[in-house]
Design a protein around this ligand. Structure first.
Ligand SMILES: NC(=O)c1ccc[n+]([C@@H]2O[C@H](COP(=O)([O-])OP(=O)(O)OC[C@H]3O[C@@H](n4cnc5c(N)ncnc54)[C@H](OP(=O)(O)O)[C@@H]3O)[C@@H](O)[C@H]2O)c1
Length: 332
């Protein structure tokens, strides 16, 4: 019950998100590597990263020197791990980048003193001058996120992801999220092209509704294997995208499965889990993850951790069989 198939890998359905090891609040690099090793030693076989897991540079400091930090961290952790590297599915995402809170004016690429040889500014962006794009800001963070999912950007960044990760072909690449400035079919077309060219083995999509899932499936076909959407007790799935994935036979991967750490959320949603955890004598986070695994037999959950203890605690959810009585106390 706790194992599943994803992108050709038969693996535990509890993987590890590595975002918290690569963005604001991240631990030092040695701790981050030890945390990934602890997860792998415990049995994690799915590592989730993204092209955009890095910190943007202060405007005016030149190239975005942190670009690729998160993916290179995963590469280096796998290279220095003593276990079976071939058993580990590494998924990454394309189509997002980081921004400073107040995006600086981006001059035309050829004139910009801040652009690097790839024509990007200090945030890793390749925007056209004056171009407005979706901008997401986490509460309390000086950094933001921005979609740039033009097909040419997605394809270029995917090839960079392979270089960062030190692989010829990416196991699984998600489109990070819809970009309001780009028709969704064009984003799906980019994933299809990457599949056809052998840059990626499988495709996934993220932050999507049912309509976008259907659109992607029509364009990408059987190469589309997973949907990564937000799901946790504090962020249920109002559009029932998980049910739609079940109807279509797609894996559902939940992001921020413990509510996330960037934005505040309704803590009371976790009270029933705290009650069960108190009876079990374990963390409520472990109960949350075990509960998520009961939601759908092809659900994968990918909690972040910032130290070895957290991922060890979380992975133990794969051994926690909740009883019918306990499940009756939790949301259905
Ligand atoms: N597709 C997307 O757009 C998207 C968006 C967001 C995230 N993601 C993916 O989802 C992954 C997870 O999401 P997330 O990083 O937002 O947050 P999360 O998994 O919900 O975790 C939030 C925080 O909970 C704490 N924690 C984790 N395990 C714990 C344990 N066993 N006991 C106590 N505390 C624990 C950690 O914070 P402390 O270190 O502060 O204790 C962790 O950073 C990311 O790494 C990323 O791969 C994807």
């Amino acid at each position: 019950m706790m194992d599943g198939e994803l992108a050709g890998f038969a693996i535990p359905r509890l993987g590890m998100g590595t975002m918290a090891l690569a963005i604001e609040g991240r631990p030092d690099r040695d701790t981050a590597i030890r945390t990934i090793h602890a997860g792998l030693d415990a049995g994690v076989r799915y590592l989730d990263t993204a092209w955009s897991y890095y910190l943007p540079s202060e405007p005016g400091t030149g190239t975005a020197k942190d670009l690729g930090y998160g993916e290179k961290l995963v590469r280096d952790a796998l290279a220095s791990w003593n276990g079976p590297r071939d058993e580990v599915l590494v998924a990454t995402k394309t189509g997002y980048r980081r921004t400073m809170e107040v995006p600086a004016f981006v001059a035309p690429v050829s004139d910009s003193p801040e652009s690097d040889t790839q024509g990007r500014d200090s945030e890793g962006c390749s925007r056209r001058p004056g171009e407005e794009r979706q901008h997401l800001q986490a509460a309390g963070s000086q950094y933001g996120w921005m979609a740039d999912s033009r097909p040419e950007t997605m394809i270029r960044d995917a090839k960079e992801s392979a270089l960062h990760l030190g692989v010829d072909t990416l196991d699984l690449l998600y489109s990070h999220g819809p970009d309001p400035a780009v028709p969704y079919e064009d984003q799906c077309g980019a994933l299809k092209q990457l599949l056809d060219e052998g840059v990626i083995k499988y495709a996934g999509i993220s932050r999507v509704n049912n309509e976008q899932i259907d659109l992607a499936r029509g364009i990408i076909g059987s190469g589309l294997v997973a949907v990564q959407n937000q799901f946790s007790p504090s962020h249920p799935d109002p559009e029932h995208t998980m049910e739609h994935c079940a109807e279509l036979g797609l894996a559902f991967v939940c992001w921020s499965p413990l509510g996330g750490f960037l934005d505040t959320f309704d803590q009371s949603a976790y009270d029933p889990f705290r009650t069960v955890a108190a009876q079990r004598g374990c963390s409520y986070q472990r109960v949350v993850l075990a509960w998520e695994l009961t939601r759908y037999e092809r659900l994968f959950t990918i909690p972040s951790a910032r130290n070895p203890q957290e991922i060890n605690d979380s992975f133990a959810a794969t051994q926690l069989q909740l009883t019918q009585e306990e499940l009756a106390m939790l949301p259905c």
